[in-house]
Design a protein around this ligand. Sequence first.
Ligand code: GAL
Length: 381
Amino acid sequence: MKSIRFVALGGVLALGLAACSGGGAGSGGAEGGTDAEPSDLTIGVAMPTETSERWIADGDAVKSQLEEAGYTVDLQYAADDIPTQAQQIDQMITKGADLLIVASIDGTALANQLQAAADQGIPVIAYDRLIRDTENVDFYVTFDNYNVGVQQATSLLVGLGILDAEGNEAGATGPFNIELFAGSLDDNNAHFFFQGAMDTLQPYIDNGTLVVKSGQTEIEQVATLRWLQETAQKRMEDLLTSTYAGGDKVDGVLSPYDGISRGIITALQNAGYGDSIEAGLPIVTGQDAEIASVKLINDGVQFSTIFKDTRKLAEQAVVSAQAFLDGEEPEANNTEDYDNGVKVVPSYLLESDIVYADNIQSLLIDSGYWTEEEVAAGQAD
Ligand code: GAL
């Protein structure tokens, strides 16, 4: 069993608590003693992939905020490869990590690693994506994922003129042809996004305002393994061939993530839908406010995205990590919704915003998330 060290940060009270904790969440590495500085504490941060700039922003934000708080950080990306991520976490544990922050690739694939972490009293925080099928996850920081799906569907309805920006009925009755895309089935979030979206769209499907022309409405039919842009582009191409070759037009596409949106848009442009919404592209939604998509929204090509401020998520991860390292429980604001199959994981949920062309300035530029130059260029500096 590892000896206790980081509780010294919290002073005598924390020391007393930790002394009773018997090596549960809160016991630290091998040096022992009560004079540990934060810099003696290493936090392993496992991120899924660097191919999506969203996760680069998360990794950067978590690392810099942890380092500001004085901790040593071991940040690893796994190129969306499940065994690589498992191995990276194994190594973090072997090298003496005092706490783990994990954004999983496959939320069900880390049970062995997390058992090892638990055996050594290393607290585990699931970052953005819930880790499933294990009791060895101590806390979850994320956004209100169901509401993200509601927002995605709402923006689709706004784009089609069915709702106005305030969410009131705006008069359009269609019928509009739409297609649905979901994320990766092994990512718990994909199910929350799709559920929130479908609960919002279903009344309009039921009353005939919206028509899913392909008939593909089950998440298993519309999912996109690993959230890959190319996979989404291929499915959109297939849909255009199978369902729209006779001259019917697609009016809207529910997309759960900006990378997927860009694949969909490329397929539509290649099929002659035009270069912008004005020129004939359907309404396409998104998520993450990735810079390439923010530019597309600014240029009238993609209609919307969902802004989840990765800086705030990182901050919440850091606050929660500090609580564990001080021998305390982090503050949760949701203890109901995130059942991982073994237990309900105490969670802290953040709010998200819908981005349209006309609020890029107020939501993304004024808050310092992207600069005007980055939006114009479509890439981060
Ligand atoms: C989800 C995440 C989304 C998006 C997607 C693809 O887990 O919540 O914001 O980033 O992965 O990376």
